[in-house]
Design a protein around this ligand. Structure first.
Ligand SMILES: [Zn+2]
Length: 159
């Protein structure tokens, strides 16, 4: 398995319990999950409100040699999801099955990616970057979920 070079991987699963985090609107530093929430940002000293949501996805992937867990951050996650983390968060608020269905939609998808070592020593997972979908008919997760939702609305939900 090569690091820092494009390789082909298959997605096996997406961690569904947590897919995004709150970040400072100005500098995108993660906002600690404390109560009460912090009133200024440690990095830029500005108010962290309004915050924004950024993707942080954990995927189980199969490379040519191994099955590993990787982390995928906002820019690359947007390629897979086709929307911002806030948009997906809002969608998931209305549709509680969104994360589960996203996982279903992604299982088996092939991507060309570059795996990189985390910049900070403490981070435990390789980062999945430069994500390119390989299947010609690939469509971003949000499109699949919207279609699925339309089918549900048109069908008989009580059945
Ligand atoms: Zn900041």
């Amino acid at each position: 398995m090569e690091i820092d070079k494009p390789i082909t991987v298959a997605l096996l699963a997406m961690e569904q319990s947590s897919f995004c985090y709150k970040a400072c609107f100005r500098c995108e530093t993660p906002i600690p999950n404390t109560t009460p929430s912090p009133t200024f940002c440690n990095t830029c000293n500005g108010s962290p409100n309004p915050f924004k949501r950024l993707f942080r996805l954990l995927f189980s992937i199969a490379t040519d040699t191994r099955v590993i867990t990787v982390v995928c951050f906002d820019r690359d996650a947007r390629v897979i999801f086709g929307c911002s983390a806030q948009q997906f968060f809002d969608f998931a608020t209305q549709h509680p099955d969104a994360a589960k269905n996203a996982n279903h939609a992604l299982v088996g998808e092939l991507f060309r990616v570059v795996l990189t070592k985390p910049k900070r020593g403490k981070a435990e997972h390789l980062r999945m970057t430069s994500v390119v979908p390989l299947r010609t008919a690939f469509q971003p997760v949000i499109e699949t979920l919207k279609e699925l939702n339309q089918v549900e609305q048109n069908g008989d939900k009580t059945a």
